[in-house]
Design a protein around this ligand. Structure first.
Ligand code: AMP
Length: 542
């Protein structure tokens, strides 16, 4: 027997309809790429998104066509998201930090018909436009006054483009399983892979993000997503914030500590989300200038492991931080380290121990750990295994890649190695390809890195496995010191000694001026492995 409830498709544009009707005067504040602060409302965002939809429709963009955005977090970018999705086209967010030839590869693979971009990226696009045959026109997110001279095909200023229609338009109707958005994984090896979100998966993900132990923003919160709209589906914030009527503060092109601080301070931001690198810059700026953020309640931090010292630095200012784990393939929320009973009563180091885990999943994500043969491993907080996930907002295939990515039970292998404890808190110990295999046992490179960055002179640390005649691999610690600091190998190892198992201690420490990163801010281990491929550990000679 079927239920007798309404057939109400879960469509992304219903979120902006809701925001405009119920929270119409709620503000969306942006630092514009041109410079000044811009203020608008959800009601206005919706009416301009309808113009984007109408204008795309007039340009012949149809259901399933891909429209790329290469842009910072601003109100115009948000309007484009809803405008593109509202006619059943696919909003393909491209990460501008990729190398130009990677951008070209992705745009060609997606066969984007229109590219919508910020002023910042016009010069990059001019260089590669000749090798982007599918692109029919470029829309620059600015007005006539700021529109540059450009060689880009059919280039038009966004404000002029949408001024050509009246906004008297209705969203198109289609099934909730229709593709809504696409994001390519950063892929440190091999070609990037396109993850294709559906309307249904995005709406369900927004509901998951809204739960109090997840991002948990309400209509009385002000949220600043430092995480870009182009990184992993904006962590869902482009949907979850409007669905709750949360005030949004968009940082535009300026993500340095001083600029982010200034916006947080003037707009009285209560919740923010971003990767550890961003918080490092913010914390340094605040410490150097003796600043505080009394309005800030919650910092959500994910994308790579949140160092313990960072959790503590926020806690010392009375700010809660919430460590999160996820990935592009998961829309991206996987787990969050909210404190559930009895851990909510903990203090000091014991509390940090729990906050430093990657946390437990909200309803809508299921997880398991298995060995290499797929056998499930116990949730004892000690046994490492391959972390696999399933849920309505988890990918089942990649765009135009003809291979099955799920196991027999329908779980997706995340490529991460993790433990899960009795209380369901998950702890990432490594990427499966980064874990150090020493004498048949696994050493977590992430644990060593987290420990090393706790040293007051260390800015960033990376650990890679170096071939060893006896143990197969042993850890090499690569350290970038804070500006103006000097340190010795013995000083760093002395700091780590006693805090980890003896056999986990790195066999050597080497200092570099800069640790390389991927376009999404993760340590680029492939580059480090290449740089140190001929390195001989002092223990290897013995
Ligand atoms: P991306 O799809 O680019 O967001 O990358 C996802 C990957 O980033 C995950 O599979 C993890 O390896 C890593 N990652 C994300 N969040 C965390 C975290 N909190 N701690 C450790 N690694 C993380």
């Amino acid at each position: 027997m079927l239920g007798l409830m309404q057939d109400w498709p879960l469509l992304c544009h219903r979120i902006i309809d809701h925001a405009a009707r119920i929270h119409g005067s709620q503000e969306v504040v942006s630092r514009s790429v041109e410079g000044p602060i811009h203020r608008t409302t959800y009601a206005e965002i919706r009416s301009r998104a309808l113009k984007v939809a109408q204008r795309l429709d007039r340009d012949g963009i149809k259901l399933g066509d891909r429209v790329a955005t290469i842009a910072w977090n601003t109100w115009r970018h948000l309007e484009c998201w809803y405008g593109i999705m509202g006619i059943g086209a696919v909003c393909h967010t491209v990460n501008p930090r990729l190398f130009p030839d990677q951008i070209a590869w992705i745009v060609n693979h997606a066969e984007d018909r229109i590219v919508i971009t910020d002023l910042t990226f016009v010069p990059i696009l001019e260089k590669i436009a000749g090798s982007l045959p599918s692109v029919e026109r470029y829309v620059v997110l600015t007005d006539k006054a700021h529109m540059p001279q450009t060689t880009l095909k059919n280039a038009v200023a966004y404000e002029d483009w949408i001024a050509e229609v009246d906004g008297n338009f209705a969203w198109k109707e289609f099934d909730e399983n229709t593709a809504a958005a696409m994001c390519y994984t950063s892929g440190t090896t091999g070609d990037p892979k396109g993850v294709l979100y559906s309307h249904r998966s995005n709406v369900l993900h927004a509901l998951m993000a809204n739960n109090k132990d997840s991002l948990g923003a309400s209509a009385s919160d002000t949220m600043l997503p430092v995480v870009p709209l182009f990184h992993a589906n904006s962590w869902g914030i482009a949907f979850s914030a409007p669905s709750m009527g949360t005030k949004l503060v968009m940082p535009g092109a300026k993500l340095d500590g001083a600029s982010v601080y200034e916006l947080m301070d003037t707009e009285k931001v209560t919740i923010t989300a971003g990767v550890p690198t961003v918080w490092l810059m913010l914390l340094n700026h605040m410490a150097n200038n003796k600043l505080s953020l009394p309005s800030l309640k919650l910092v959500v931090c994910g994308g790579s492991a949140m160092p313990r010292s960072m959790i503590k630095a926020f806690a010392d200012m009375g700010i809660e931080s919430r460590h999160a784990w996820g990935m592009t393939e998961m829309s991206p929320i996987g787990t969050l380290a909210a404190l559930k009973p009895p851990f909510d009563k903990l203090e000091g180091d014991k509390k940090l121990d729990v906050q430093q885990t990657q946390g437990y999943p909200p309803f809508g994500v299921e997880m398991k750990i298995t060995d290499d043969e797929g056998k499930e491993l116990p949730w004892d907080g000690k046994t490492f295994g391959r972390l696999k996930v399933s849920g309505p907002a988890v990918a089942k295939a990649y765009f135009r890649v003809d291979s099955n990515i799920l196991d027999k039970e329908g779980y997706f292998d995340t490529g991460d190695v993790a433990t899960i404890d009795e209380a369901a808190y998950m702890r990432i110990t490594d990427r499966s390809k980064d874990v150090i295999k020493s004498g048949g046992e696994w050493i977590s490179s992430i644990d060593l890195e987290n420990l090393a960055v706790g040293h007051p002179k260390v800015a960033e640390a990376a650990v890679i496995g170096i071939a060893h005649p006896k143990w197969d691999e042993r850890p090499l610690l690569i350290v970038q010191l804070k500006d103006g600091q000097t340190a010795t190998r013995e000083e760093i190892l002395g700091y780590m000694d006693g805090k980890i198992a003896k056999w986990w201690m790195p066999d050597d420490v080497t200092f570099v001026s800069a640790i390389p990163h991927t376009a999404t801010g993760k340590i680029l281990k492939t580059a480090l492995r290449d740089q140190f491929k001929d390195y001989t550990l002092p223990t290897a000679a013995a």
